[in-house]
Design a protein around this ligand. Structure first.
Ligand code: F6P
Length: 402
């Protein structure tokens, strides 16, 4: 059996575990297995940049930062547009597939990635889809590989930020705004609520992108809280918008950079709100933008996340073996207490065009905190850890061998 594998979209912690699951499952089933790894996502498939991978490539990679294949963002709508040299990208991908005589392509990624994967399936290629994204916005899967580890890092960092702010606010009032990723979906921002533990009061307010953001009400809420406590910590999504549809980060001017997907770069929401509150309240304020740290923190991966990624990788093999093209392996929550999950499988076209947002009923009435249901949903996903492989005091990362 010959399979091709690629990962596309932003980095996340569970990528290597999912690929290892694929290869482990395949090598147990099929002794004559050849796995071709495409570099830099779809680019590798388009331009024929790949390498035959050996079992050594997959050894010890479970929790090492970085992916063994690299990634890139290739917007679906540009796939049909020839490149600058007139190359038809879809035809080029098919050509690579047939040249290598592949039986199947295993494609790991989020919404955008899966749309392109679906296009390739419609063009006649055998494709098995594996979900991965820190944003957790894929439909029909209970959650996505990568989300649990990012949520764990975010919750731990929130605790640390709150602890730090408490120490410093002894003599002076202090406001800290934390900015979390997730353009349209507030799963990651809501995970800051997990910081509320017996040794931490948790964030005071949480604002998700699903709920329009009212600047005046926000100011009033912060002022009221500051009457009662010296330090307040607020979590905001990078994607919160004012009612007229502008991102909060645009209010300060912000960056006009728009990526190949037509997405405006979201950054500066916390910075804008921190300056705004400093001017309005006279308090010391600080903005903490977690930015890429939340998807790259390999030293804070969730064991549940890594194990589940390995599980879906293995299930992809079964699907490939059964000739299940156009299907995505998903995670089904089998039980809440104790938490248990299993791999399931769905048609990818039901998943690729749907963005899973936080349900309104999992946000409180005021729209400034998540509910108990939200916390119960996320909490099991951040459990357990893996000791990172440390070299000279630092976590080791993978470097692409091209
Ligand atoms: O896809 C994951 C994600 O981390 C989003 O939450 C975020 O909006 C986006 O990537 C940022 O992408 P980039 O780092 O390419 O600007």
């Amino acid at each position: 059996m010959k399979i091709g594998m690629l990962t596309s979209g932003g980095d996340c912690q569970a990528l290597n575990a999912a690929m290892r699951g694929v290869v482990k499952g395949l090598s147990e089933n099929d002794k004559d297995l050849e796995v071709y790894g495409f570099y830099d996502g779809y680019k590798g498939l388009i331009y024929g940049n790949y390498r035959l991978l050996s079992s050594k490539d997959f050894s010890g990679i479970l929790t090492v930062g970085g992916t063994i294949l690299g990634s890139s963002r290739q917007p679906f709508k540009q796939m049909r547009i020839p490149d600058e040299n007139g190359l038809d990208k879809v035809e080029a991908m098919k050509e690579t597939y047939y040249k290598l005589n592949l039986d199947c392509l295993v494609i790991l990624g989020g919404n955008g990635t899966q749309k392109t994967a679906n296009l390739l399936r419609e063009e006649g290629l055998n494709v098995i889809h594996l979900p991965k994204t820190i944003d957790n916005d894929l439909a029909l899967t209970d959650h996505t590989p990568g989300f649990g580890s990012a949520a764990k890092y975010i919750a731990a960092s929130t605790k640390e930020v709150i602890r730090d702010a408490m120490g410093l606010s002894y003599k002076r009032k202090m406001i800290t705004i934390m900015e979390i990723m997730g353009r349209n979906a507030g799963w990651l921002t809501g995970a800051t609520a997990l910081a509320k533990t017996e040794d931490c009061c948790g964030p005071d307010l949480i604002y998700l992108p699903e709920i329009p953001f009212d600047v005046d009400r926000f100011l009033k809420k912060c002022s009221d809280l500051l009457e009662k406590k010296p330090s307040i910590v607020i979590a905001v999504s990078e994607g919160i918008k004012v009612p007229d549809g502008r991102y909060v980060c645009q209010l300060a001017g912000g960056s006009d950079y728009v990526d190949a997907f037509g997405h405006r770069q979201l950054a500066g929401t916390a910075g804008y709100l921190a300056s705004f509150l400093a001017a309005k309240t006279g308090c010391k304020t600080r903005a903490v933008e977690l930015s890429t740290l939340q998807r790259s923190a390999s030293h804070m991966a969730s064991r549940v996340d890594i194990n589940e990624a390995f599980m879906v990788g293995g299930a992809a093999v079964k699907a490939a073996d059964e000739g299940d093209s156009g299907r995505m392996v998903v995670i089904d929550r089998v039980s809440d207490d104790p938490y248990m999950s299993a791999a399931g499988i769905y048609d990818v076209h039901k998943i690729a065009n749907n963005e899973k947002l936080v349900p309104r009923s999992w946000v409180n009435r005021e729209g400034n905190y998540v509910t108990r249901e939200f916390i119960d949903y996320v909490e099991p996903l951040i459990q357990g850890d893996y000791q990172p492989f440390m070299v000279n005091g630092l976590p080791q990362h993978l470097v692409l061998k091209r």
